[in-house]
Ligand binder design. Structure first.
Ligand code: C5P
Length: 238
């Protein structure tokens, strides 16, 4: 397991390329992180070219959460590998054939391009959904049971891990073992406001609980002095 700040991906949740570039430039002067997470907001506006311009040289977690038929997801994964991402993701609810196709496409494309294969991780149940929401879409709750069921399925399909909330780390470690990768957002240092995130853990608590990678956005990116916030984070995790 990577410990310390080098396990933290900084979430670039903006559609503004100048702001994203400025953040990467500023944070690049600080201690080393795992890299940057780019999601649908930035990618939909600026695509692979904009993403490459912003994150060039830094590891990329490409958070596009693919969910489609197996053939289409495999194609999307192959296309995304042009960016040499460290992590890509899919929705586990896309089913076993889709997840197997995603894992295989990542392996094959990485081999063809002679690059290290990315971690292919699954999103289980969106943390915005509760037991009532699951019921409304015809899924069996409670949420945690569904999370464990989908994570185990993802593991059986050859995926490297899942994105999970801090409160799911313990159960997933228990059910999926030490080698299954847990990528964890919803992290708040004790000096940061929690905002809309509920049931957070501090970075140290999340790593001690068994997280492999953390995703942290606003505590750093919205700080008055992002570089200082990054340094505080490094100190917390030292
Ligand atoms: O700013 P903050 O630290 O809350 O950012 C967390 C990042 O992780 C955001 O990009 C958010 O979309 C993402 N995320 C999350 N909770 C999930 C899945 C993803 O906060 N369950």
């Amino acid at each position: 397991m990577t410990d310390g700040l080098e396990s933290v991906f900084i979430a670039l949740d903006t559609a503004d390329p100048l702001r994203a570039r400025q953040l990467v430039r500023t944070l690049g002067e600080g201690p080393r992180t795992a890299g940057y997470k780019v999601g649908k907001e930035f990618f939909t506006a600026h695509g692979p070219i904009g993403t490459r311009e912003v994150t060039d040289g830094f590891p990329l977690f490409l958070d596009l959460k693919f969910h489609d038929i197996p053939n289409t997801v495999a194609g999307a994964i192959r296309s995304s590998l042009q960016l040499h991402p460290a992590i890509v993701n899919v929705h586990a609810s896309g089913g076993p054939s889709m997840m197997r196709a995603a894992a295989e496409a990542a392996r094959e494309a990485a081999e063809q391009q002679q690059i290290p294969p990315p971690w292919v991780v699954a999103v289980t149940v969106l943390t915005s959904l509760d037991d009532q929401d699951l019921k409304a879409v015809g899924q069996t709750g409670p949420v945690l049971d569904q999370v464990v069921r989908l994570a185990t399925l993802a593991q059986d399909c050859g995926l490297d891990g899942v994105v999970c909330s801090p409160r799911e780390i313990g159960d997933l470690r228990h059910h999926c073992g030490p080698d299954f990768r847990l990528v964890v957002p919803g992290i708040r240092p004790d000096w940061a406001v929690s905002g809309d995130q509920k049931r957070t853990l501090t970075p140290r608590e999340a790593l001690d609980a068994g997280a492999d990678r953390l995703v942290i956005g606003r505590p750093v990116t919205e700080a008055r002095d992002p570089l200082e916030a990054l340094q505080r984070l490094a100190d917390d995790l030292a």
